[in-house]
Design a protein around this ligand. Structure first.
Ligand code: PLP
Length: 466
């Protein structure tokens, strides 16, 4: 591919004689534009250009095992970096508050259609800027300040937006938390008791650190019995849900939300999905679906990011396609293999295993803390995150656990064997760390780093280099 070096910022393009009247100026096609844009960045901002290149290299050469992350296809990133970022399109398709939105309308309608297809949903809102924004829109639409909501406690694996006092969800509402059994499992009878005792207007299910499947039908029974709305937040497991490898909440919950950059391999952003209750009445005027649309805009957001909406459309098309079924199977198998291998290597797992992409290690029997383990692994090119585990009494930045996920390993094409090898590597590093009394010996680090390099070379990021 060839492209000319960019003109300085703001300089007119020199191309000879002015075009004849009535001839529209040509825009570069996307491929020319992307190369031109990158060359322009290199020329005008070498500092940032170098940082972006360093980050790309880091992603390529590390084993990303953070359960909350994944890797988007370059076609998704292309949408995110496109001229759609210039579009100001306040409102919804067919009802914008600005002119110039005909392409925006087509793109947003396509994203909605694809979201509905991927999740067998009746309706979808694709504008939330993030999973947190989607949740806060739902909360503000259904609850008045001071109303009661029931959600999983943050230190049991819940999310900040499910009622944590560190978030408006716990500050402006009367948040009651449910906890886990000593084995780390949801206790549905106890949740029902709490719902009967506190009469929440909204029950939130879904989690950020829960490796087992969630019984959404049971949650809906509890919500119906106590006359509450049910919000299912599937941010972590949305891909397994779309692939049919985890039961779907879309027709059980009144409202389902998800982040798009985790298991949907999409851009940063959020989605709101509605199932069989979409056209039922909302709490005030209109249907539940129209209530949720108003909750996003104008209640909690302004203009949508059409580049992100297009990137969601791209990711959702992939999620609804046949290749994704294989990827989802591979990531579920990978997590199983990781759980099995870590257990064989003597590590204690919260709940003893996993039904999802996620494995939680309880480091207490190993005499390690999450912060030390996370740093040692990162120094070898293995990226995980420290996480609290049930009964954890360590400070939040220390933690007694590690959370691992298989999303990116699966996207790199790693099968059970390769995922098991990654787990062995993690166990080797933790063993060496214990042997070194919390300091990783240099030889152990070098050996692990070499194996990481080998795995990354054998399993390149999909579509990034060719
Ligand atoms: C990650 C996550 C979110 C927040 O998503 P952001 O897009 O990062 O704001 C919400 N809920 C759960 C359960 C999550 O795990």
């Amino acid at each position: 591919m060839t492209f000319t070096l960019p003109a300085p910022l703001g300089a007119p393009v020199e191309d000879g004689a002015p075009p004849a009247a009535g001839v529209r100026p040509q825009a570069p096609d996307m491929i020319t534009f992307a190369g031109h844009a990158a060359a322009r960045l290199r020329r005008t901002d070498a500092v940032l250009y170098e940082l972006l290149n360093r980050e790309a290299a880091r992603q390529n050469s590390t084993l990303m095992m953070v359960a909350a992350s994944s890797v988007a296809d370059p076609s998704v990133l292309a949408c995110g970096g496109s001229t759609l970022g210039n579009l100001t399109a306040e409102g919804y398709p067919g009802g914008r508050y600005h002119a110039g939105c005909s392409v925006a309308d087509e793109i947003e309608r396509l994203a909605i259609e694809r979201a509905c297809a991927a999740f067998s949903a009746q309706d979808a809102i694709v504008q939330p800027h993030s999973g947190s924004s989607a949740n806060l829109a739902v909360l503000t639409a259904l609850l008045a300040p001071g109303d009661t909501l029931l959600g999983l406690d943050l230190d049991c694996g819940g999310h900040l937006t499910h009622g944590s006092p560190a978030s408006v969800s716990g500050r402006y509402y009367n948040a009651v938390g449910y906890r886990l059994t000593p084995e780390g499992l949801l206790d549905y009878d106890r949740i029902r008791d709490l719902a009967l005792a506190h009469r929440p207007k909204l029950i939130v299910c879904g989690a950020s650190a829960y490796p087992r499947s969630i019984d959404f039908a049971r949650f809906r029974e509890i919500a119906d019995e106590t006359n509450a709305y049910l919000l299912a937040d599937i941010s972590h497991i949305a891909g397994l849900v779309a692939a049919g490898l985890h039961p779907s909440p879309v027709d059980h919950a009144h409202i389902t939300t998800t982040s798009t950059y985790k298991q949907l391999y999409g851009p940063r952003g959020g989605l709101i999905l509605l199932g069989r209750d979409a056209r039922k009445s909302g709490p005030e005027r209109g249907t539940l679906a129209s209530t949720m649309r108003r909750a996003v805009f104008p209640f909690t957001q302004g203009t949508p990011d059409l580049a992100s909406v297009a990137a969601k459309a791209r990711a959702l098309d992939f999620v609804a396609g046949p290749e994704f079924a294989e990827l989802a199977k591979r990531l579920a198998d990978g997590a199983q293999a990781i759980a099995e291998r870590l257990s064989e290597r003597g590590l204690r797992l919260v709940t003893g295993g996993t039904d999802t992409h996620m494995v939680l290690i309880d480091l207490r029997p190993a005499g390690l803390t999450g912060d030390v383990a996370e740093q040692a692994l990162e120094s070898c090119g293995i990226v995980v995150n420290r996480n609290r585990v049930p009964g954890d009494t360590t400070p939040v930045r220390t933690t007694a656990g590690l959370r691992l996920g298989s999303n990116t390993l699966a996207a790199r094409g790693m099968d059970r064997n390769a995922a098991g090898e990654c787990a062995d590597l993690v166990a080797d590093v933790l063993d060496a760390l214990r042997a070194g009394s919390g300091v990783l010996p240099a030889e152990a680090r070098a050996a692990a780093r070499a194996r990481v390099d080998g795995l990354c070379a054998r399993h390149p990021l999909p579509g990034y280099l060719s």
